[in-house]
Design a protein around this ligand. Structure first.
Ligand code: 5AD
Ligand code: SF4
Length: 467
């Protein structure tokens, strides 16, 4: 969730294909929701005649789609902006245009402050206002500097262009679809309720239409996104309120769609219907990212997570009863203010009890404006470092065990893209692992039966199964 993702050009489709078409370079930091937003910004700019480039040297416009979740993530943006300022100077000396934009959660949290700290920035748009990017750029061309982070009263989703039919050499087999945004949970460490605002769910018809459009463009696997995706609620046909479980049953009816996933969830919103969907829908992949953050009830309370460690473990047991092959993933924070050795040991114990296939773990990072920042007893950096190392060792060991237990198994593999070697493709296992297998490019998008033969450092190897 924290890796930097450099967005590849999604499409070379533009309304205005003159030779002088402007180029945009988008750098995406942070979570999958930012990846989705970068795609939509690219679509909106495509309608204005921009093409996307993966070479910053070619760009007329550089957009940083930023993350504010931890201090390090936010600081990265300012160092990138320092480098862009130098590029802008060189370009201006050559009489060439170079526009710098900041989007995403740092933009939302810091607004005007960004242009004060880095005057080379021309435009700042928040996660709720990026649909107005084309208008903002017009104002920039007229010599203005634009900071547009006011929450839109209107629903931004209604103003986003549908992704154009991609003219891709390689077909896009998996896609993200944002169904929910924002958070009302107010965990005391987290900036999301302040940067992304309160929970908003997209209407059923909008989601179904976007899903159908993606599937008609060749997508076979959809990952529904939301900061609190399982808090999604909307009116279904007939006026009954639907939760995420109901939505999954509906999406599972789309012809041609083969796989569904969703992320990220809060334990308190795992309702019965959603758990039943895991039992009933074979196309809902047996993989669940369900962050717990800590295994200590005292710390969970201070974090305002509003559940106990034992309730989380009981929930996992119920889900496993319904879907025995489910693999778990989680997020953990070490060194939250007041965390003692005993609290940390409780986290280690919870990890041993649950057994994770995959996990993300972080040192607590103080975020200004969140209640956690004002708590007493902040934990020393060395203690956080030592706890994180111990936790990560345990999680890595579990991840390896999970991968090794896959060796010899026959699984369904969705073939996604070319592998490193000619004649090889990379596919996804039901548990989100990358799997290398000998197959033809024409098979991209197919689901094939393979047997896992061995594990690599970050992926698995497989051969075609005989059955
Ligand atoms: N410090 C460290 N980790 C954090 N996360 C969120 N806020 C903070 C913070 N202030 C982690 C949580 C969350 C994930 C997306 O990032 O584990 O689930
Ligand atoms: Fe942040 Fe908690 Fe909301 Fe997740 S549930 S986005 S951790 S406040």
């Amino acid at each position: 969730m924290t890796q930097d993702i450099l967005i590849e050009p999604v499409s070379d489709t533009v309304a205005n294909t003159s030779l002088a078409a402007k180029k945009v370079f988008i750098k995406t930091y942070g979570c999958q929701m930012n990846v989705y937003d970068s795609g939509r910004m690219s679509d909106a700019l495509g309608q204005e005649g921009y093409t996307q480039t993966d070479n910053v040297e070619d760009a007329d416009l550089v957009l940083l789609n930023t993350c504010h979740i931890r201090e390090k993530a936010a600081e990265k943006v300012y160092s990138a902006l320092g480098r862009l300022r130098e590029m802008k100077k060189e370009r201006q000396a050559q009489g060439r245009e170079f526009t710098i934009g900041v989007a995403g959660c740092v933009a939302q949290a810091e607004g005007e402050e960004i242009t004060r700290r880095e005057p080379a920035v021309d435009v700042v748009v928040g996660p709720q206002t990026y649909h107005r990017l084309p208008q903002a750029l017009k104002r920039v061309r007229n010599g203005e500097r634009v900071v547009d982070t006011d929450y839109a009263v209107e629903d931004k989703f209604e103003h986003l262009p549908q992704a154009p039919k991609p003219k891709l050499v390689i077909r896009q087999v998996t896609a993200f679809l944002t169904v929910q945004e924002g958070c009302d949970k107010f965990c005391t460490f987290c900036v999301v309720p302040y940067t992304r605002g309160s929970e908003v769910s997209r209407p059923v018809e909008q989601i179904v239409a976007e899903a159908e459009n993606l599937v008609s463009n060749g997508v076979r696997e959809l990952t529904l996104l939301g900061q609190n995706v399982n808090a999604w609620r909307a009116k279904g046909p007939g006026g009954k309120t639907w939760g995420l479980g109901e939505l999954l049953y509906r999406l599972a009816e789309i012809p041609g769609l083969a796989r569904l996933r969703y992320t990220t969830s809060h334990p308190r919103d795992m309702d019965d219907r959603l758990i039943e969907a895991h039992r009933d829908l074979r196309m809902l992949m047996p993989y669940l990212h369900l962050p717990v953050q800590s295994g200590s009830d005292r710390i969970l309370k201070a974090m305002n997570r509003r559940h106990k460690a034992s309730e989380y473990v009981a929930l996992i047991e119920r889900i496993r009863e319904m879907r025995p092959d489910i693999a778990l993933s989680g997020d953990f924070i070490v060194g939250f203010p007041g965390e003692t050795d005993a609290d940390f040991e409780a986290t280690m114990e919870l990890v041993r009890t649950v057994g994770y296939a995959q996990a993300y773990s972080f040192k607590y990072s103080t975020r200004p404006g969140t209640p956690g920042a004002d708590l007493p007893d902040h934990v020393a950096e060395e203690v956080k470092t030592e706890r994180l190392a111990r936790l990560q060792e345990l999680l890595l060991q579990q991840q390896k065990q999970f991968a090794e237990a896959c060796v010899g198994k026959e699984i369904d593999l969705l073939l996604e893209k070319p592998g490193r070697n000619a004649g090889q493709l990379i596919g996804r296992s039901p548990w989100l692992q990358s799997v290398n297998v000998d197959a033809k490019t024409s098979q991209i998008g197919d689901i094939i039966r393979v047997r896992i033969t061995s594990t690599g450092s970050n992926s698995l190897f497989a051969e075609m199964a005989e059955s």
